[in-house]
Ligand binder design. Structure first.
Ligand code: SF4
Length: 371
């Protein structure tokens, strides 16, 4: 059984739902790029770049693009660019070591208490900056029950696993029936406590977050949905409705953004993004990722120093609940490591010198006695 979102949307017998109409009316093939308001040179460049990494853009997300602005931040995230074809030394096929820590297909086990499970390598939208773009291109397959069996058997055999993270590909691009099956299989393993879902669907195809979809995910496990908003213009009325539906179902909502040059490497943009995520969507800004070493992404990667300057400024402007943690996912399975510039300037005995948010270094002497 192959059952990804495209197949579901393409099923001529099924009545069109809002999200299926969004998928159908968007960009689904390289040839669909011809219908976009691009100059002939831009169109040719986009079509050439799309040959290297898949293209798919739901209509709802396409409609957010300001076509009069060649540097539009929404456009930059989804319209293929010839810069993607320029591989730079040091970039990697598998930037965070997914394959190295994969004991069975469709599963990565890097940390003892949690695993990444890849039910599908297909997405509702293909982001040009994706750090798994090589896997999406080379593996590319959707969900089948059989393909997931070894991964589910592995989780069953490892009682130390408490969190299962559905990622991909985008797990919410699967039909409800497949999601219900996967949820039930994981839920049947008593040592698993939490189901986490990493998805860009609430951003690019928010109409897909239906009451039916949410109901398929409800059960014994606490569900945490980690969304992927990168720019405040992605926070629309539809996204708000989608997030409200998930919050009302009792899901915990977090967001991870990627720091992208020309998209959100600006303190005002990040400030507005984080505030609107928290105050309007009820989504806690969780991580701001330094751009991974995915091939062809040098043109979108900010430097670590630029990122540190931005997050220092954000920390001064935003409350703790609105502040994301700036992290880098180290190659070779080194995991996520915080990158914020340390506020610790030095130490003499029990006295630390700590830089405050106003930039002034103050002495802080520890006072602690034995029990
Ligand atoms: S939705 Fe996620 S996995 Fe899919 S292309 Fe975008 S970033 Fe990559």
């Amino acid at each position: 059984m192959t059952s990804d979102l495209k197949d579901a949307a393409m099923d001529a017998r099924a009545p069109d739902t809002a999200w299926q109409a969004d998928v159908r009316a968007g960009v689904r093939h390289v040839r669909d790029l011809a219908a976009l308001p691009l100059s002939p040179a831009e169109r040719a460049a986009a079509q050439e770049a799309a040959a290297a990494h898949k293209v798919r853009i739901p209509k709802a997300y396409l409609d957010l693009i300001d076509w009069n602005d060649p540097n539009d931040p929404i456009r930059a995230q989804v319209i293929p660019s010839p810069d993607e074809l320029v591989a730079t030394e040091g970039e990697l096929d598998d930037p965070i070591g997914d394959h190295e820590f994969s004991p069975v297909p469709r599963l990565t086990h890097r940390h003892a208490d949690r695993v990444l499970l890849f039910p599908t390598y297909q997405c509702a939208v293909y982001c040009r900056f994706c750090f798994r773009k090589e896997s999406l291109t080379s593996i590319g397959r959707g969900y089948t029950r059989e393909a997931l069996e070894p991964a589910l058997a592995y989780i069953a055999g490892h009682p130390e696993i408490r969190e299962v993270i559905l990622t991909g590909g985008d797990p919410l691009s699967l039909p409800d029936k497949a999601l219900a099956e996967i949820r039930a299989r994981i839920e049947a393993l008593p040592h698993v406590r939490l189901l986490r879902i990493h998805t860009r669907v609430p951003v690019a195809l928010p109409s897909r977050i239906t009451a039916g979809l949410v109901a398929t995910l409800q059960g014994r496990l606490l569900v945490t949905v980690v969304t992927h908003f990168n720019h405040p213009r992605e926070i629309t009325g539809e996204a708000e409705t989608a997030c409200r539906t998930m919050r009302q179902a009792g899901f915990v909502l977090l967001n991870q953004s990627v720091l992208l040059k020309g998209v959100n490497d600006n303190v005002e943009v990040l400030e507005e993004l984080c505030r609107e995520l928290m105050y309007r969507l009820g989504v806690k800004p969780y991580y701001l990722h330094h751009g991974d070493l995915a091939r062809g992404m040098a043109h979108r990667r900010a430097t670590i120093e630029e990122g540190q300057t931005l997050v220092a400024e954000l920390r001064a402007r935003l409350s703790g609940i609105c502040n994301p943690t700036y992290v880098i996912d180290l190659p070779d399975g080194g995991g996520k490591v915080p990158l914020a510039a340390s506020h610790i300037e030095g130490r003499e005995g029990e006295t630390w010198r700590i830089r405050g948010q106003d930039g002034v270094v103050r002495a802080y002497t520890e006072v602690a006695t034995d029990l």
